[in-house]
Design a protein around this ligand. Structure first.
Ligand SMILES: Cc1ncc(COP(=O)(O)O)c(C=O)c1O
Length: 456
């Protein structure tokens, strides 16, 4: 059965970020038929640990039957809704998100995925300024080394190595401006200190606003902790400075919590690490632990109120906005996160994972840096710790690591030298030990093949 399925996949399915010729050569794609906790089982009965919880998204873990039951129940009650109306779970979810999010974030526009949530946020930001009579405020500032999605508009936010190439999709959308990432391991300002890099990176955003003219800037969008450059936790100065700068120039601040939200960093939302409230927050992934598609754009009262009357309503229609079945599943998912102390577990297990990776760093010279917070942790592979230089691309380090991890029981796809780890937040200490052990073995093998000296 598995070969038959694989052949069909190779012939008919267009999988994201994979090409069917290479997959055919190496006997891919794996096809999974079961998931439980942090593990998935393929058609041949082999079980693996899913190190990155799908796409850092299966926060409560695989196989929670309570969520499946909620989905079934809602499908039987009312599976959709007539035009211009809504349903009970969608209303309850909006209220719940309003309660959970900080400050006056209180109005919820449900969508289907993180890219859509960010597209929605950009449209709200631009429309807000138009309604204020600020018709030239349409430029959006994001940071290099960020990722905000793949659809036509948000594709042009963030970017730069090692984010997926955009070469095939030029030209860039107009009015997208890019600022530095507060990444102190590779700071654009050569600052080694996290605070200094954070302050200089925040000042660079102010400089961009001043250079282009405040009355041309609609919004700054940023992930509280960005992952394309590997779980970048900015210095504590950064987010309060962004809030202050945006307030000073009348620019809206959008926090993209698509990955960080719903416990990933050890708090419900990562922005809580710095106690500020953005004007708009986008969420996805962990809101529903990927049991169904769902995301949301959550907007402050100040911004949403501009859209309150008949002449000013937000002109934005998506067939799946407010889907009741997704809403019911999300409510159950959030209940599980809250009732089982899963967010607390994320903070504790994340700390333990980081400590264990630090131990690996003492054994493996090729680990240049370990960083992150909660269960959003990363380590970086370098050929030389002092210069932080990378191995030659001819050595195909990412592909070789992916292969070795698989051999040692991990689904852990590596696309460059930055390895992000974001497992289900329900993970236990012994499961972390299993992951770290498999990484350890894989690194020893790689170092042996590369003829690198071994630490005693
Ligand atoms: C921070 C961030 N924003 C937006 C997105 C896009 O979300 P989606 O893939 O659901 O469209 C992602 C996806 O990984 C993300 O990590």
């Amino acid at each position: 059965m598995s070969n038959e399925l694989r052949d069909k996949a190779l012939k008919y399915l267009w999988m994201q970020n994979r090409d069917w010729s290479q997959m055919a050569e190496i006997g891919d794609p794996p096809v999974f038929v079961k998931g439980e906790g942090i593990r998935v089982t393929d058609t041949e009965g082999n079980t693996y640990i899913d190190v990155n919880a799908g796409y850092n998204s299966v926060n409560v873990g695989y196989g929670r039957s309570e969520i499946a039951e909620e989905i079934y129940k809602q499908m039987l009650e009312v599976n959709y809704f007539p035009e211009g109306s809504t349903t009970k779970p969608t209303i309850e979810l909006a209220k719940k998100l309003s309660d959970l999010t900080p400050g006056d974030l209180s109005r919820v526009f449900p969508v289907s995925g993180g890219s859509e949530a960010n597209e929605t946020a950009l449209k709200i930001a631009r429309a807000y300024h138009v309604k204020n009579g600020d018709i030239n405020r349409n430029k959006i500032i994001s940071r290099r080394g960020s990722y905000h999605g793949t659809t036509a508009g948000v594709l042009w936010l963030g970017g730069g190595p090692p984010v997926a190439s955009r070469d095939d999709f030029e030209p860039m959308y107009p009015n997208m401006l890019h600022a530095p990432q507060p990444n102190s391991y590779r700071c654009e300002f050569n600052s080694l200190n996290n605070s200094e890099c954070a302050i200089k990176s925040a000042n660079a955003i102010e400089d961009l606003i001043k250079f282009h003219g405040p009355n041309t800037i609609a919004a700054v969008i940023a992930e509280p902790i960005a992952i394309p450059q590997g779980a970048i936790v900015p210095g504590d100065e950064y987010w309060p400075m962004l809030r202050e700068i945006c307030d000073k120039y009348g620019v809206l601040l959008i926090a993209d919590e698509v990955i960080c939200g719903f416990g990933r960093t050890g708090k419900m939302f990562a922005i809580e690490h710095w106690g500020i409230t953005p004007d708009i927050m986008t969420v996805a992934k962990g809101i529903i632990s990927s049991y169904l598609p769902l995301a949301a754009t959550i907007v402050s009262k100040k911004v949403a109120d501009k859209f309150a009357d008949e002449n000013n309503y937000f002109k934005h229609t998506l067939t799946n906005s407010g889907h009741p079945v997704s809403a019911a599943a999300a409510l159950k998912n959030i209940e599980i996160l809250e009732n089982e102390n899963i967010i607390d577990n994320s903070a504790k297990m994340g700390k333990y994972l980081k400590e264990q990776l630090e131990v690996l760093k003492t054994d493996h010279q090729i680990i240049g840096d370990v960083r992150g917070i909660g269960l959003l942790v990363a380590f970086e592979i370098v050929s030389d710790r002092k210069t932080k230089s990378l191995f030659s691309s001819d050595l195909s380090i990412p592909d070789r690591l992916t292969e070795k991890f698989f051999k040692h029981g991990l689904i852990f796809r590596v696309s460059n030298e930055i390895l992000n780890i974001g497992p289900p937040l329900s993970i236990t200490r012994s499961e972390i030990d299993e992951i770290v052990h498999a990484i350890d073995l894989s690194l020893w093998e790689l170092e042996g093949e590369l003829g690198l000296p071994v630490n005693d």
